[in-house]
Design a protein around this ligand. Structure first.
Ligand SMILES: Cc1cc2nc3c(=O)[nH]c(=O)nc-3n(C[C@H](O)[C@H](O)[C@H](O)COP(=O)(O)OP(=O)(O)OC[C@H]3O[C@@H](n4cnc5c(N)ncnc54)[C@H](O)[C@@H]3O)c2cc1C
Length: 363
């Protein structure tokens, strides 16, 4: 069987990969791969107001509004002993969103296909070898192996960054944060559309109301701490949240009832180094993974998907600076993220002897 030909092969059709694909597809032959035939149910649904500008730049805003996601009007936190509310009333971009995440991802994939990308799912890159004019990639598909010749590769495969690592990049984790989470339903009083964050002795909690009276509930701690062993226990998350002063009262008011067993997700900060090289780019979590406290992961996925699409197009046009420029932009994002994260964690000083918080205090 002859090899498939692509200008750009993108591994991972999550938010970052789909964005890279939909921005390149009108100009280049794009092959988008994902090991999942359809986006699975996953935590990660807060989209900040500034995402509006990116969606508008990519020509997606009007269609996004038709998807029926839920407005998020701000955040209410109990952090450092203070209860604070930050609404988006004065934000020039308006409110943010609490997405139906699977619907959002499916829509982005469809946009990439409508703009001309070829989508192969399930499929993933089993082996990669450099060739004169790009890369020879052996795909693993249900119908057996397929060969692709691609001029540029984009790793959009999320935290595992398997493609970038095949190309020699190293993954550098910054901490051991994990998250136990579940979805359920609100049966009582309506929610006011705020994200909730509450610090506790061994980590921090998050909850938000989602479309269709669904709610997500999550607890974040370090993988090696005793609290992490409880994250998968049925009922533990709900019972522990019910005892929190603020979140417990909210869950009581909204009549929250869990609708699935708890799931575990890696949530640590990490970076891939380098995140780009001659003929390849890493985007989204595959380049830079954020602590969910930042609520910036999706924004970063959309932004780097767009930036890497421009850089890949530049490289294909012979722009010798495209790779270094992209890497510099990522370094700046990584440095700003680190500063903000240290400042946020540094504000919570109520449990100076608890390992989770001690690890996050400034030296
Ligand atoms: C607990 C938690 C809560 C979060 N909450 C938020 C939030 O509220 N707001 C926010 O903005 N961000 C949040 N995030 C972060 C956000 O989910 C990520 O930053 C975002 O999903 C990154 O998008 P991505 O496309 O880079 O990667 P992913 O979303 O991980 O997508 C990667 C895609 O690649 C595919 N893939 C993986 N490996 C392969 C392979 N070998 N071959 C083929 N395909 C492959 C996967 O199937 C997937 O479709 C949260 C993260 C966590 C862990």
């Amino acid at each position: 069987m002859s090899a498939l030909e692509a200008d750009v092969l993108i591994q991972g059709a999550g938010p970052a990969g789909a964005c890279a694909a939909l921005n390149l597809a009108p100009f280049r032959r794009v092959l988008l791969l994902d090991r999942q035939p359809a986006p699975p149910r996953r935590i990660g649904e807060s989209l900040p107001p500034a995402a509006r500008r990116l969606l508008a730049d990519m020509g997606l805003w009007d269609d996004f509004l038709r998807q029926g996601h839920r407005p998020c009007h701000g955040n209410r936190s109990v952090w450092g002993g203070l209860a604070a509310e930050q609404d988006f009333l004065r934000d020039p971009d308006g409110h943010g969103w609490h997405l139906d995440r699977a619907r959002f991802e499916l829509w982005l994939r469809q946009q990439a296909v409508e703009r001309g990308a070829a989508l192969l799912a399930p499929a993933s890159a089993a082996a990669v070898a450099a060739e004169d004019s790009g890369w020879r990639v052996t795909l693993r598909t249900p119908a057996g192996p397929r060969q692709v010749h691609a001029r540029v590769l984009i790793d959009a495969g999320g935290r595992a960054a398997t493609l970038a690592r095949k190309l020699g990049a190293r993954r550098q984790p910054g901490d051991r944060l994990v998250c136990g989470w579940l979805y359920g339903h609100d049966r009582g009083e309506a929610d006011n559309g705020l994200s909730r964050i509450e610090a506790a002795e061994h980590g921090w909690w998050y909850s938000a109301a989602l479309p269709d009276r669904q709610r997500v509930l999550a607890f974040h701690t370090d993988a090696d701490l005793a609290a992490a062993r409880r994250l998968r226990e049925p009922g533990w998350l709900v019972d522990a949240a019910a005892r929190l002063p603020e979140l417990g009262a909210l869950l009581h008011r909204t009549g929250f009832a869990a609708a699935m067993p708890a799931e575990l997700a890696a949530a640590h900060s990490a970076r891939t180094s380098p995140a780009a090289g001659p003929g390849w780019f890493a985007v989204g979590d595959a380049a830079l993974s954020f602590d969910p406290l930042s609520s910036q992961g999706l924004f970063n996925a959309l932004y780097t998907g767009l930036a890497a699409a421009e850089a890949a197009d530049g490289s294909l046009n012979g722009d010798a600076a495209a790779v270094a420029d992209y890497q510099r932009a990522l370094d700046a994002i990584g440095a700003a993220y680190r500063r903000h994260l240290d400042a946020w964690y540094g504000e919570e000083r109520r449990w100076p002897t608890a390992t989770f918080w001690r690890r996050r205090q400034p030296a």
